[in-house]
Design a protein around this ligand. Structure first.
Ligand SMILES: Cc1cc2nc3c(=O)[nH]c(=O)nc-3n(C[C@H](O)[C@H](O)[C@H](O)COP(=O)(O)OP(=O)(O)OC[C@H]3O[C@@H](n4cnc5c(N)ncnc54)[C@H](O)[C@@H]3O)c2cc1C
Length: 634
């Protein structure tokens, strides 16, 4: 029999008043926000488009259709860990990192990142981080235990071999782990975590170690020198989530790389967390399917790492985020419990959706050992067009029309500004060439993927003709073959690398409502101009904007002559406050890691942060999982 619980307080009339008040407050703030958006919309309205370059040409017309200089980033790449292992003998750590780095899309940057000098320890760069003394130090007894459950080849203690696991791919973060474990089964992961939890040994789960979840905040002269040397004045934001800070044990998932099951009817793929994204995509390609996500790091990153960072990437517009495409997860909790939620069901409304907690948790709640993911059918027809436009308002109009007119075949909608194309041309990144005859304030890359080429061509042509005749778009080209498709994508994919050559670049990855997307760039420029710190011979050289319009995700890059605290203070916390003020997120894709954790309050309310801390305490009461990261320091 169901009875009312007498310990529960009864609802009173006052409570209803309170509810009503919060509802009113909520509606009021929503109305304010709407009003703000409207204002920003009108503020961004640019001058009417000037008709120019009227015809849409094929890229052949501009001579970019040759295979020379094509960015081969979409070619399959071997497993970098395998390469590193094969080449271990007789090679220095730097050479081995180099071998691994060359398989990343942004290989030139990676190559530049390799240098002879050792990277300073993360703990020295971030003096506010102190080792948690409740964690035990590794002893011989612990090693003996791990030797009893793992093959000796799955245990790494050699100092030189540890280096690759202790540092991130840009060699900016460096931990001091003395032990790497490479379990090959879920049961082994369970035994490892159970032991670590009972013995208070801290753990860092590691996938392909390509994550971007962190950035440097404080500089000293030595570090600055190292960074400049490492990347030729390049990338400011760096990883850190996947490498230890102190002596945490690294649990590398690289040996858990089997495909468990694939259902050719539903497209549900079930695999180990250590499978490399590109390997999975190739596997599916042979079966007429595709992975619902694609990123530059696909040749190295693991699906478990993708899930743990909730990676977005280039296919998000079409297939949505991992919060939607992941059907189930197998996770080992910090106490060794195996949470088997490897469902392949698309519909399941029974209880809390626990898997969602682990998507984007950056290894702080447990180790993902298995992933069930829904793969869509691979499109037979791909079209790519590059457009030149005069204003961000025109980009919005084009985006709106693309949703109306291309609808189900629209698969990517990317944009970049004049500063970005200037850098790509200046540095001729990965053979990228601008096929448009004139330069424009803005560029858009539209991709369609469908099942019927004739149908898609017809739709795309109508869409483009409409845009041209209505003066929404000033110029454009359509790729005629796969090489040209690669060439057009090479421009977009070359922007991060081109930016990295523009000086010391401060990179931000923010999301916000599309109408105010570019206003972040304009406001940043205006701020630096008003402070007279941008221009020839000044602190900053340019502000660059590009990103995924369809996802409301802006990559805001601020190029300076050198990294300095003065420069940082001019950008931060302005950029975070800006994102918060515009209902945005301070981290759209890159996550929180070791340093954005203390900025979480810009995107999440105290109530939400408190609840997150409670979840963490509930699931990981000893705090052994990936400590010092993700949640704010207490
Ligand atoms: C060239 C390049 C391009 C990129 N492009 C994009 C992009 O377009 N969009 C985007 O969103 N991101 C992008 N990224 C970042 C991207 O999020 C990561 O590269 C990728 O998702 C991380 O996977 P990984 O296996 O390398 O994980 P790692 O870097 O090893 O780890 C990342 C985090 O996940 C945790 N983790 C890893 N595996 C597990 C596991 N099995 N269980 C629990 N926790 C785990 C780690 O502890 C760490 O906190 C890019 C990175 C690079 C280098």
């Amino acid at each position: 029999m169901l009875r009312r619980d007498p310990t529960r307080i009864e609802l009173r009339a006052d409570d209803l008043v309170d509810f009503e008040r919060s509802r009113e407050e909520y509606l009021e703030s929503k109305a304010k926000l709407k009003d703000q958006h409207r204002k920003f919309r009108s503020a961004t309205t640019g001058p009417p488009p000037t008709p120019a370059g009227r015809d849409l040409r094929s890229t052949t017309a501009s001579g970019s259709g040759t295979s020379s200089g094509v960015n081969n980033s979409r070619e399959p790449r071997p497993d970098p860990f395998e390469i590193a292992q094969q080449e271990r003998k007789g090679k220095s750590t730097a050479e081995r990192v180099l071998a691994r780095a060359t398989f990343s899309t942004y290989s030139p940057t990676c190559l530049a990142a390799v240098h002879d000098g050792k990277v300073a320890y993360t703990a020295d760069k971030f003096p506010h981080l102190k080792r948690d003394h409740s964690f035990k130090k590794l002893s011989e007894k612990d090693i003996s235990y791990f030797k009893s459950i793992l093959a000796s080849s799955s245990i790494t203690q050699d100092e030189e071999d540890l280096e690759i696991f202790n540092s991130d791919w840009l060699r900016k973060y460096r931990g001091q782990s003395k032990l790497v474990l490479k379990p090959s089964s879920t049961e082994q992961v369970s035994k490892i975590l159970k032991y670590c939890n009972e013995n208070r040994l801290a753990v860092v789960p590691q996938g392909g170690n390509t994550g971007l979840v962190g950035k440097v905040e404080k500089y000293d002269k030595e570090m600055q020198k190292q960074m400049l040397h490492a990347t030729h004045n390049a990338i400011y934001f760096i990883t850190g989530g996947s490498v230890p800070v102190f002596d945490e044990i690294v649990v590398s998932m690289s040996s858990m790389n089997s495909i468990r099951n694939f259902d050719p009817v539903s497209g549900a793929l079930v695999c180990d967390a250590g499978c490399i994204l590109e390997v999975l995509d190739k596997y599916l390609e042979e079966r007429g399917y595709i992975m619902p996500l694609d990123l530059g790091a696909k040749g190295s990153c693991h699906i478990g790492g993708n899930v743990s960072t909730n990676a977005g990437g280039l296919r998000l517009l079409r297939y949505g985020s991992l919060h939607g495409t992941v059907l189930g997860l197998e996770v080992v909790l910090p106490d060794g419990t195996i949470l088997d939620n490897l469902s392949t069901l698309r519909k399941d409304n029974t209880g809390y959706d626990l898997k969602q907690l682990f998507i984007g948790a950056e290894g702080t709640l447990g180790i993902v050992t298995g992933v069930s993911i829904l793969s869509p059918k691979r499109s037979k027809a791909i079209n790519v067009a590059l457009l030149g436009l005069n204003s961000f308002d025109q980009i919005q109009a084009t985006f709106k029309r693309s949703k109306d007119e291309l609808s189900e075949i629209l698969s990517a909608f990317e944009f970049w500004d004049q500063e970005a194309i200037k850098l790509v041309k200046e540095h001729l990144v990965a053979g990228a060439k601008d096929p448009l005859q004139s330069t424009y304030p803005f560029y858009v890359l539209v991709e369609t993927s469908g099942s019927n080429k004739d149908h898609d061509d017809y739709k795309l042509n109508n869409f483009l003709e409409g845009l041209m005749s209505d003066d929404i778009v000033q110029d454009g080209v359509v790729a005629q073959d796969t090489t040209q498709i690669h060439n057009l994508w090479a421009i977009r994919e070359g922007i991060p690398e081109a930016c990295s050559k523009a000086g010391a670049v401060y990179k931000y990855d923010i999301s916000m409502p599309v109408p105010v997307l570019y206003k972040a760039v304009e406001d940043m420029k205006e701020r630096l101009v008003s402070k007279e710190v941008i221009g020839d011979g000044k602190l900053f050289t340019s502000v660059i904007g590009y990103g995924h319009v369809g996802d409301g995700n802006l990559h805001l890059n601020v190029a300076a002559n050198e990294f300095s605290q003065e420069a940082t203070n001019l950008i931060e916390p302005f950029v975070f406050e800006w994102a918060a003020k515009h209902a945005g997120s301070i981290s759209a894709e890159h996550g929180l890691g070791v340093s954005r954790n203390n900025h979480l309050h810009y995107s999440k309310s105290p109530t939400m942060i408190q609840l997150m801390i409670k979840f963490k305490q509930l699931i990981d009461p000893n705090g052994i999982m990936n400590p010092y990261k993700y949640l704010p320091d207490v």
